[in-house]
Design a protein. Structure first.
Length: 483
């Protein structure tokens, strides 16, 4: 059954990749795959769960084991799966989805009020090469301050205001995904995996930034350098792009930005909403560090503040027709729920594999048959482009104990390289990272197109950054490749 679950996941992954051929939305395939995998897991759980330490602890707290029969044990296993494992995983997944919905709403709200025009108005260049480097630079460092998912949302919305031709926009979006993942890898708050390692004490800010800044820069600089050779000429005039975008929004019933229709939003109000939106996103990691609450609480707190402000702002505009007011209630109706459901399906599918022990078996296999920590991390990074990097990193953390000294000590080479590989490796496939999935959902990027045009660049950048890290370790810290 475990082999069947693995094959089923790969089959679902295949149909997601071939969405344009099978003509079935990837969200539907992801949901179906996730649900079927959990059904399969329920049937194999009686043979897996009883040996789990978590189950034994839970059983000791809830049941008199002396009175437990074999049939009673089976019911207890089912009870543990339904009321503990699913609930715990759904709680983790929900925190991601609520964070995603909150960030998407804030970014969409800033966009429909013309807030991003404050940036696009200052981007004068229409030269493709210059724009590429500008977008990569902004994305890379913004991702380190915010996180790669939020940064991708912001940059894709910004990209829509700058680039009209779809083929060009997909190229820039692909480079944004690479830059966002690379920028998030060297920051303790830039990627969910670095956050996890940081919170667990495996790495520190003082260890991450100095050791991973150069490899992260290398992993995006080389792909951008190569891509710049294929970009020639200039983009369409900005006025034409904005007019085309306005027509596109009208055809799809998308809320147009305030600058394109009524003029009911004053320049000062645009600036306030823009500042509030950016501040709300930047505030999230600060809020988490102060309160220790999950990031979705911080982003929903910021959304609440902006919601109150916009309601009061529109309350003063009594002479403006209601359909010209971009209230959050209208913005919410245009959030891409199919992307949310895709996330839900994929994360539930991976959770089922994790509960079944398949991902942990993969980590054990790597440790047994590979051994070299550099190669193990490079392989983990490559695998993270196929499955979610969170359970992979969680499995690695569970496999190796935090030591006092050596490669497994705090800020040891294993943990630092794991942070790089797990964060950057996801760029190699568009569904290998939250940033890629978001770009895919917002811009409807074709999986095969990304595979042909961006994946090889991401692979080159990933390996080059890994080489920089290993070289840096050998020169500065005397690391040993055979470690």
């Amino acid at each position: 059954m475990l082999v069947f679950m693995s094959v089923l996941f790969l089959l679902g992954y295949f149909f997601i990749a071939m969405e344009h051929v099978v003509k079935v939305d990837k969200a539907a395939i992801a949901l179906l795959t996730g649900m079927v995998l959990w059904v399969c897991y329920v049937y194999v759980a009686p043979g897996i769960v009883p040996s789990m330490h978590e189950f034994q602890t839970w059983l000791a707290e809830t049941t008199d084991q002396a009175l437990l029969t074999s049939e009673g044990m089976r019911h207890k296993v089912l009870d543990f799966v339904v009321n503990v494992q699913i609930i715990e995983h759904l709680g983790d997944i929900s925190s991601i989805l609520f964070f995603l919905m909150g960030a998407m709403t804030i970014v969409e709200l800033v966009d429909v009020h013309g807030g991003f025009n404050l940036i696009t108005d200052h981007v004068k260049t229409r030269d493709k090469k210059k724009l590429l480097w500008l977008l990569v630079f902004i994305t890379f460092f913004m991702s380190a301050i915010l996180d790669n998912l939020t940064t991708t949302i912001v940059m894709i919305m910004l990209l829509r205001r700058l680039v009209g031709k779809q083929e060009d926009r997909w190229i820039f979006a692909g480079m944004i995904v690479i830059a966002a993942n690379s920028g998030g890898a060297f920051s303790p708050i830039g990627d969910v995996t670095t956050i996890m390692l940081w919170v667990k004490g495996n790495v520190t800010t003082a260890g991450l930034i100095p050791n991973l800044i150069l490899p992260s820069i290398a992993s995006v600089a080389l792909p951008a350098f190569i891509m710049s050779f294929s970009l020639k000429g200039e983009l369409s005039p900005l006025e034409d792009v904005q007019k085309a975008q306005s027509d596109y929004e009208k055809n799809l019933a998308i809320l147009p930005s305030a600058s394109d229709n009524t003029g009911c939003i004053t320049p000062s109000e645009k600036k306030i909403i823009f500042v509030l939106g950016v501040a709300a996103l930047i505030f999230v990691p600060i809020f988490k560090s102060i309160t220790h609450l999950p990031p979705f609480v911080g982003v929903l707190f910021g959304l609440g503040v902006i919601w109150v402000y916009t309601e009061l702002m529109y309350h003063r505009k009594k002479n403006v027709e209601e359909h010209h007011k971009h209230r959050i209630t209208r913005v919410l109706s245009h959030i891409d729920l199919s992307t949310i459901l895709f996330f839900l399906g994929i994360l539930l599918a991976v959770a089922a594999l994790q509960c079944a022990g398949i991902l942990n078996d993969l980590n054990v296999f790597l440790d047994t048959h590979v051994g070299n920590i550099y190669i193990i991390n490079v392989i983990i990074g490559a695998i993270s482009s196929i499955v979610d990097n969170v359970p992979l990193v969680a499995g690695a953390v569970g496999m190796y104990d935090l030591a006092e000294v050596g490669v497994f000590a705090q800020d040891g080479v294993f943990w630092l390289f794991l942070a790089y590989c797990a964060g950057v490796g996801g760029s190699m496939l568009i569904i290998g990272s939250a940033a890629g999935v978001m770009a895919m959902g917002l811009e409807k990027i074709n999986f095969i197109w990304y595979l042909k045009n961006i994946s090889w660049l991401a692979l080159i950048g990933y390996l080059f950054g890994a080489l920089v890290f290993v070289t840096q370790e050998l020169i500065m810290n005397g690391g040993v490749l055979a470690a």
